[in-house]
Write a protein that binds this ligand. Structure first.
Ligand SMILES: [Zn+2]
Length: 384
């Protein structure tokens, strides 16, 4: 039986150290082949997933019809083409076109609720057990919604999916680099108000070139003063100095992408020494041109060096991906083994913006489930 703090005599005023911390579980990884079915069956996280880039095609078409919004195409096939779904884009502008399309139908309570609900349902269907959904409420005000209503709609959608599937997680609010620092501050205030009410973190997204992170320092100061977790997109379209700014000026606890971290050894070691997790999204990096081919993605180098890497989708719809697909890319294109992938899965849970104790409980359950799933697949192999 484990001892919980509430069972212990209190009165000393000294924080209890009596909580038994289980030693890290060593998962026995059997020599079985990596398959799509196996990766899909394993419990996973998605820590970097944009709401407005992760809708269902069919939903966009239905919402457009309901809302009388004109789309560039009126079939799933045509729309997939128009948003360059899963294709390598010629330019960042090409890539960003897709967001104009999704945002055009994400301006009502019902649409936001549905997008969040369906995203969490789809993630749960591939055994994502913990999902952090990010978006910027400032981009959903075109039809007069208040920022608070935008947040409430998404939180309600995620709660409904949690009731149905058990998927845990929360919302990360994004400041946008090309918007004014004042807008970032308004978003940070919103984030602080919704802390412990479904919002679990703050982010800085948007074009890195010409829009340095330090312009948004005040917003992040408010976030840090209120002890809210934060991350920032950095080192995706700009060099390592962008990552240094995110860490030192914004106080980022994690880094989105960090593709160009490999260009600065000192900084790479700093992130490694401080165990600052990287939210890697390989296919998205190929699509936007941050890497020229999947084989040259630094994920494996970072992992081999000892950095805490996590694998994520970024935009499930626009990149035509899933968490399972991204793990398969890491295996097939980068040569990561089942043992490596299992370690990265655990890193995903370790890097979650969750209270430590909650994270420990989740990790304990996840470790057991990973071990059981691996054994189950090993048994199946023997039977065949
Ligand atoms: Zn992103």
């Amino acid at each position: 039986m484990s001892i919980r703090d509430e069972d212990l005599p209190v009165s000393t005023g000294i924080p209890s150290t009596e909580r038994r911390v289980a030693p890290p579980t060593v998962i026995e990884v059997p020599p079985i082949p990596v398959s799509f079915e196996l990766i899909k069956a394993l419990p996973k996280t998605d820590l970097h997933c944009h709401l407005d880039g992760s809708m269902r095609l069919k939903t966009i078409l239905e919402l457009a019809e309901q809302q009388k919004v004109k789309l560039p195409a009126d079939t799933e096939e045509g729309l997939a083409k128009a948003i360059h779904m899963g294709e390598v884009c010629k330019s960042l502008e090409d890539y960003l076109v897709a967001f104009d399309v999704t945002l055009s139908v994400l301006q009502t309570h019902d649409a936001l609720y549905r997008a969040a609900y369906e995203l969490a349902i789809d993630a749960a269907a591939e055994n994502v057990r913990y999902l952090e959904v990010r978006y910027s409420p400032a981009l959903h005000l075109q039809k007069g919604l208040k920022m608070t209503a935008v947040i409430d709609a998404v939180l309600e959608g995620l709660r409904a999916a949690k009731r149905q599937t058990g998927i845990k997680g929360g919302v990360i609010i994004c400041g946008i680099r090309h918007m004014s620092p004042q807008t970032s501050m308004r978003l940070a205030e919103l984030c602080v108000a919704y802390k412990n009410r479904g919002v679990i973190g703050f982010d800085l997204a948007g074009a890195e070139v010409n829009f340095p992170a330090k312009d948004h320092k005040d917003a992040f100061q408010l976030i840090l003063k209120n002890h809210v977790n934060c991350t920032a997109h950095a080192g995706e379209a700009y060099g390592p100095e962008s990552i240094a700014q995110a860490i030192h000026h914004l106080g980022a606890h994690r880094i989105g992408h960090g593709v160009r971290l490999r260009e600065d050894g000192d900084l790479l070691n700093y992130l490694n020494d401080h165990r600052i997790p990287l939210e890697c999204c390989p296919s998205s990096n190929l699509q936007t041109g941050a890497v020229s081919e999947l084989k040259s993605h630094p994920l494996k180098f970072y992992f081999d060096y000892g950095l805490r890497v996590t694998i994520n989708t970024d935009n499930r719809l626009i990149t035509d991906t899933t968490v399972t697909k991204e793990y398969m890319v890491a295996h097939e294109q980068l040569g990561l083994t089942l043992e490596d992938l299992t370690t990265i899965i655990v890193s995903g849970f370790k890097s979650a913006f969750l209270p430590f104790r909650e994270k420990q409980d989740l990790l304990a359950a996840v470790n057991r489930e990973i071990a059981a799933t691996l054994q189950q697949f090993q048994r199946k192999l023997k039977v065949v």
